[in-house]
Design a protein around this ligand. Structure first.
Ligand SMILES: Nc1ncnc2c1ncn2[C@@H]1O[C@H](COP(=O)(O)OP(=O)(O)OP(=O)(O)O)[C@@H](O)[C@H]1O
Length: 972
C-alpha cells in the first residue's frame, strides 16, 4: 500500500485532544517531546506513514476513542465529586467561622458588660455625692434668701424715702435761689451794657480831642517858624487856640468825672450780688453735705445688694453647672446604653438596670429642679419688691419734678443772683449724679432679672431635653427588644436550614462518592485492559515511531536534498537544453537542406512518376464569412512546414500533407512564383495543366483570373511566356494562340466566339483530342492577352449564390498553344498550357439553388464527381478510366491521364461554417496527389519530322479560324 497525503489528510487525521490523551495514556515519554516539537500536521503525517498495518491502526483508533470517552466520563464524575466536596468544605469552614465569631463576640460582650457595670457604679456614686452637695447648697441658699429678704429690703425703702424727701426740699430751695439769681444777673447785664456804651463814647471824644490837639501843636510849630512876618495875628490866633484848649480840657474833665461816677455805681451793685452769692454758697455747701451723707447711705445699701446678688449669682451658676454636668452624664449614659443595645440583646437587661440607675439620678435632678423652683420663687418675691421700689422711685421723681418747678420760680425771682444759680446748678448736678446712681441700680436690677429669666429658660430647655431623652431611651429599648427577637428567630431559622442542607449534602456526597468509586472501579478495569493491549501494541508502536522518526529526519532533509537535486538537474537541463538548441539549430539547418533536397527529389520523382502535384491556397476571411454563426477560423497552416495544413473539426485536428500550402496572406505573385517554372515548361514543348478546384466561393477564380489590379495565374502566365519568348527570341520564335471555352451544363461554349455554337470534344485522327470549331486567337503581346481575357470573362456565365456574389456557374478553360521554332535548326516544339477554373462544388441546400440554378449545380457536381472517378481509377490503376463520363474529364483527359504536367490548386475557405467542404476538398486533393500519370514528355520535332508532318502537333495547331484579338467581340 502506498502513502497518499490526500487520503492521510482525509481519514487518518486525529484531533489534537485525542493525541494528547493518547500520549498521556500510552505514557510515551519519548514521543512527548517529539510530538510537542512538531505540528499536528507532522503527527498526522507520521501516523499515516507508519500505519502500515491497517488492522493495528483501526484497533488502536477504536481503543483511543473508547479511552477518550471513558476519560471524559471519569473526568466529569471526578469534577462533580470535587465540586461537592468543595461545597461541603466551604459549608464546614463557614460554620466553624460563625461559631468562633459568636464565641468571640460573647467574650467581648462579657468584658464590656463588666466594665460598663463598674463605670455605672462609679457614676451612681458620683451622682449621689453631687446630689448631696446640691441639696446642701439649696438649703444654704434657702436660709440666706430668707434672711436677706426680711432685713435689707425694709432698710433700703426707709432710707430711700428719707433721701427722696430731702432731695425734694433741696430742689425747692434751689429753685427759689436760681430764680433770684436770674433776676439779679439780668439787672447786672443791663447796667454793664449802659456803662460800656458811655465808656466807648468817651473814648471816641478823647481821641478826637487828642487829634485836634496834635493839629494845633503842628500849627503852633509852623507859626513859631514864621514869627517874623506878623506877631500880632499869630498872637491872636494863639490866644484863640489856648482858649479852645482850655475848653477841651474842661470837656475832658467832665467826661472823666462822668466815668468815675459810673464806676462808683457799678461797685455798689457788685457788693449786693456778692452778698447774695455768699448766702447761696453757704446754702449749697449745706446741701452738698446732706447729699454726701445720703450718697454714702445709698452706696452702702447698693454695695450690700451687689454682694448679695453676686453671691446668688455664684450659687445659681454653680447650680446650672451641676445641672449641665448631670444632663451631660445622662446623655453619655444614654449613648452608652444605645451602644450596648446595639451590641447584644443580652446587654438590654443591663441597660434596664442602668436605666433604673439613671432614674435615680433623674430623681436627684428633680430634687435639684425643685430647689431651683424655690429659688425662682424667691427671685420672684425679690422682683415684686423691686417693682414696689420702682413705684416709689417714680413718686420721688414726680416730687423732684415739682421741686424743679419751684426752683425755676425761684430762679425767675432771683434772676440777678447769678452766684445762687451756680450753686443751684451744682445742686442739680449732684441731683443728676444721684439719679444716675439710681438708674445704675435699676439697670443692675434689670440685669439680675434678665439672668433669672435666662436661668428659667435654660432649666425649661433641660427639662424638655430630659423628657426627649427619656422617650428616646424608651424607643431604643423597644427597638433593642425587637432586634433581639428578630436575631433569635433568624439564628434558629439559619441553624435549622444549615442542618438540613448539611444533611442533604452529606447524603448526596456519599451517594456520589459511591457512584464515583463504582465508576472508577469499572474505568480502572477498562483502563487496565487497555493498558494491557497497549503494552502488547507498544513494541510495534515503538517500531513505528522509530520508522516515523527516520522518516521525519528524512523529511526534514528532503527540502535540502530536493533543492540540491533541483539545482543539479536545472544545471543539467540548462546544459542539455543549450546542447539541444545547438543541435536543433544544426538539425533545422540540415532539415531545411534536406527539405530542399527532398522537394527537389520529390519534384523530380513527381516528374518521373508523372504525379499530379497539389497545391492548397487558403482564402482570407471575407465579409461573407463573418455573417452568421461558425465564423471561427478552423484552417491553419503549419508554421514549420509549408506543405502541411491543419483543419480543426469538432475538436479534432485533421492534417493534410500536400506539395505546397499557401497561407491566407499569400499574394498572387507568391502563388505564381511557385507555378512559374511549370508554366514555362510549355515553351519547351510540355503539356501543362493547372486547374483550380474547391467549393464555391473559395477563391478559384481569384487565383486563376485575379482582378485587374492583381491578376491571377492566367494573365501572369501569359506575361511570363511573352517575357521568356522575348528572352529566347534570338534562338526561338514562338507563336502563341489562345482559345477560351466553358463547360456549362455539360455543353462546351466558346467564350471568344460571337456565335453560340455547340462544340464537341473530338479525337483527331492523329490521336489527340481537339474541339472542332473552337476559336483560337494568336496573341502577340500582353495587351492582346488582356483583351482575350476580358472578353472571355465577360462571356462567362456567372450568377450570384448564397455562397458567392459572382459565382462561376461553369468550368472555364483557357487553352494556350505555344509553338516554337528554332531559328537556326528549324526544330519545332509544341507546348500546351491549359488553365482551368472549375465551377465551385456546392451543396444544393446550402447554395439555395432551384430551377435552372439547381440544374447548373447538379451538372457541376456531376462533372466534379467524374473527376473524382477518373482520379480514383487512375490511382487504383484501373484499366478503364472513365474520362468520357463528363465533358470536363474528357476535355482534360490529356492533362489528367496523358503525357502532361498537371497541377491542382485546391482552394479552401478558412471558417468553420465551410469546414465539411474544406475537408472534402482536401481529402480529394490528397487522393489526387497520389495519382501517378507517368513521366511527362516534350513534344518536339526536328525540321525533317516537321516536313513529313507529325501528328503530335495537329490537335494543338491553331485552327483556320484563328484570328487576332482585335477581331474579338463580346456576345450579346
Ligand atoms: N486570396 C484572396 N485574396 C483576396 N480575396 C480573395 C482571395 N480569394 C478569393 N477572394 C475573394 O473571394 C470571393 C470569392 O472568390 P471567387 O469568386 O474567386 O471564388 P470561386 O471559387 O471562383 O467561386 P465560384 O466557384 O462560385 O465561382 C471574391 O470576392 C474574391 O475577391
Amino acid at each position: 500500500m502506498t502513502f497518499t497525503p490526500r487520503l492521510a489528510g482525509e481519514h487518518a487525521r486525529p484531533s489534537p485532544s485525542r493525541i494528547e490523551l493518547w500520549k498521556e495514556e500510552l505514557g510515551l515519554d519519548d514521543a512527548d517531546d517529539y510530538l510537542s516539537q512538531n505540528s499536528d500536521e507532522d503527527v498526522d503525517e507520521g501516523i499515516s506513514k507508519v500505519s502500515g498495518d491497517n488492522c493495528l491502526s483501526i484497533e488502536f483508533q477504536a481503543l483511543q476513542k473508547e479511552l477518550t470517552a471513558r476519560n471524559a466520563q471519569r473526568d466529569e464524575l471526578l469534577f462533580s465529586v470535587k465540586m461537592l466536596s468543595d461545597k461541603n468544605r466551604q459549608y464546614r469552614s463557614r460554620l466553624e467561622q460563625e461559631e468562633s465569631t459568636k464565641k468571640h463576640q460573647l467574650k467581648i460582650l462579657q468584658k464590656t458588660h463588666r466594665s460598663h457595670l463598674e463605670e455605672k457604679k462609679e457614676l451612681i456614686e458620683n451622682l449621689e455625692a453631687l446630689i448631696e452637695e446640691l441639696e446642701e447648697k439649696v438649703a444654704w441658699c434657702e436660709g440666706k434668701g430668707k434672711t436677706v429678704t426680711d432685713g435689707s429690703s425694709e432698710k433700703v425703702t426707709d432710707r430711700t424715702k428719707k433721701l427722696v424727701e430731702q432731695i425734694c426740699s433741696l430742689q425747692s430751695e434751689k429753685a427759689t435761689l436760681t430764680a433770684q439769681l436770674m433776676t439779679l444777673q439780668a439787672n447786672l447785664d443791663a447796667h454793664k451794657g449802659r456803662k460800656d456804651k458811655e465808656v466807648k463814647e468817651l473814648k471816641v471824644t478823647n481821641e478826637k480831642v487828642l487829634k485836634e490837639k496834635g493839629e494845633l501843636e503842628e500849627k503852633i510849630f509852623k507859626m513859631q517858624a514864621t514869627k517874623g512876618s506878623g506877631d500880632t495875628d499869630t498872637e491872636k490866633q494863639l490866644h484863640k487856640l489856648e482858649q479852645e484848649n482850655d475848653c477841651l480840657q474842661r470837656d475832658l474833665m467832665d467826661s472823666q468825672q462822668k466815668l468815675s461816677a459810673v464806676q462808683c455805681l457799678n461797685s455798689s451793685s457788685e457788693n449786693d450780688s456778692e452778698r447774695l452769692m455768699r448766702k447761696l454758697q453757704e446754702e449749697n455747701e449745706r446741701l452738698k453735705a446732706h447729699i454726701a451723707t445720703l450718697e454714702t447711705t445709698i452706696h452702702k445699701s447698693a454695695s450690700d445688694f451687689n454682694e448679695r446678688e453676686t453671691k446668688w449669682k455664684g450659687e445659681i451658676h454653680q447650680l446650672t453647672c451641676d445641672l449641665q454636668r448631670a444632663s451631660q452624664e445622662t446623655r453619655e449614659l444614654t449613648v452608652q446604653l444605645m451602644a450596648l443595645q446595639a451590641k447584644s440583646p443580652e446587654v438590654v437587661t443591663r441597660i434596664e438596670r442602668v436605666q433604673v440607675e439613671s432614674d435615680s439620678s433623674k430623681d436627684a435632678l428633680e430634687k435639684c429642679s425643685s430647689s431651683l423652683s424655690q429659688s425662682q420663687k424667691e427671685t420672684r418675691t425679690l422682683r415684686s419688691q423691686l417693682t414696689s421700689l420702682e413705684a416709689k422711685y417714680r413718686e420721688v421723681e414726680l416730687r423732684l419734678a415739682e421741686t424743679t418747678q419751684q426752683a425755676s420760680q425761684l430762679e425767675l425771682v432771683s434772676s440777678e443772683q447769678k452766684q445762687v444759680s451756680s450753686e443751684l446748678e451744682q445742686v442739680s448736678s449732684e441731683r443728676d449724679c444721684v439719679s444716675n446712681e439710681l438708674e445704675q441700680v435699676s439697670k443692675d436690677r434689670q440685669e439680675v432679672s434678665r439672668r433669672l429669666q435666662q436661668l428659667e429658660t435654660e432649666t425649661a430647655a433641660r427639662d424638655s431635653q430630659l423628657t426627649t431623652s427619656q422617650s428616646l431611651v424608651q424607643e431604643l429599648q423597644l427597638q433593642v427588644e425587637q432586634h433581639q427577637a428578630d436575631m433569635t428567630s433568624l439564628t434558629a431559622h439559619v441553624t435549622t436550614e444549615r442542618d438540613l442542607l448539611l444533611e442533604g449534602h452529606r447524603q448526596e456526597v456519599l451517594r456520589l462518592q459511591q457512584e464515583a468509586s463504582e465508576r472508577n472501579c469499572r474505568l480502572s478495569e477498562t483502563v487496565s485492559a487497555l493498558k494491557a493491549t497497549i503494552i502488547v501494541i507498544s513494541p510495534e508502536m515503538e517500531q513505528l515511531r522509530r520508522e516515523y522518526l527516520t522518516l521525519k529526519t528524512y523529511c526534514r532533509q528532503l527540502p535540502t536534498i530536493i533543492r540540491c537535486a533541483v539545482e543539479q538537474t536545472t544545471k543539467r537541463i540548462v546544459a542539455a537544453l543549450s546542447e539541444i538548441s545547438q543541435l536543433n539549430q544544426e538539425l533545422v539547418h540540415k532539415y531545411r537542406k534536406e527539405m530542399q533536397l527532398r522537394k527537389r527529389y520529390l519534384n523530380e520523382l513527381i516528374e518521373l512518376k508523372g504525379n499530379i502535384r497539389v497545391f492548397c491556397r487558403i482564402r482570407p476571411k471575407i465579409a461573407e464569412d463573418m455573417n452568421g454563426p461558425n465564423a471561427e477560423t478552423v484552417v491553419l497552416c503549419d508554421q514549420s512546414d509549408d506543405a502541411i495544413v491543419h483543419v480543426s473539426n469538432k475538436g479534432r485536428l485533421n492534417t493534410f500533407e500536400l506539395d505546397r500550402v499557401f497561407q491566407p496572406e499569400a499574394t498572387q505573385k507568391e502563388v505564381f512564383s511557385e507555378v512559374h517554372s511549370l508554366v514555362l515548361s510549355c515553351l519547351d514543348g510540355y503539356n501543362v495543366c493547372i486547374f483550380a478546384y474547391g467549393q464555391t466561393g473559395s477563391g478559384k477564380t481569384y487565383t486563376m483570373e485575379g482582378t485587374a489590379r492583381d491578376p491571377g495565374i492566367n494573365q501572369r502566365a501569359l506575361q511570363e511566356l511573352f517575357l521568356q519568348i522575348e528572352e529566347r527570341s534570338a534562338d526561338w520564335s514562338y507563336t502563341i494562340s489562345v482559345s477560351v471555352l466553358e463547360i456549362y451544363n455539360e455543353t462546351i461554349r466558346d467564350l471568344l466566339s460571337a456565335q453560340e455554337s455547340v462544340l464537341e470534344v473530338k479525337m483527331s485522327p492523329e490521336g489527340g483530342l481537339h474541339v472542332p470549331g473552337l476559336a483560337s486567337f494568336i496573341v502577340h503581346n500582353v495587351d492582346d492577352v488582356n483583351e482575350v481575357f476580358s472578353v472571355g470573362q465577360e462571356n462567362r456565365a456567372t450568377e450570384a449564390t448564397n455562397m458567392n456574389e459572382h459565382s462561376s456557374r461553369s468550368h472555364a478553360l483557357m487553352c494556350v498553344s505555344v509553338v516554337g521554332t528554332n531559328k537556326t535548326t528549324g526544330a519545332k516544339s509544341l507546348g500546351k498550357l491549359n488553365l482551368v477554373d472549375l465551377a465551385g462544388s456546392e451543396r444544393v441546400s446550402k447554395s439555395g439553388a432551384d430551377g435552372a440554378r439547381l440544374k447548373e449545380a447538379q451538372s457541376i457536381n456531376k462533372s466534379l464527381s467524374s473527376i473524382g472517378d477518373v482520379i480514383h481509377a487512375l490511382r487504383s490503376k484501373q484499366p478503364h478510366v472513365p474520362y468520357r463520363n463528363s465533358k470536363l474529364t474528357y476535355l482534360l483527359q490529356d492533362s489528367l491521364g496523358g503525357d502532361s504536367k498537371t497541377l491542382m490548386i485546391v482552394q479552401v475557405a478558412p471558417v468553420e461554417k465551410n469546414v465539411s467542404e474544406t475537408l472534402t476538398s482536401l481529402n480529394f486533393a490528397k487522393r489526387v496527389r497520389t495519382v501517378e500519370l507517368g513521366a511527362a514528355s516534350k513534344k518536339t520535332e526536328t525540321s525533317e519530322e516537321h516536313g513529313h508532318g507529325s501528328r503530335l502537333l495537329t490537335p494543338n495547331r491553331p485552327t483556320s479560324r484563328s484570328t487576332t484579338p482585335s477581331r474579338l467581340y463580346k456576345r450579346k
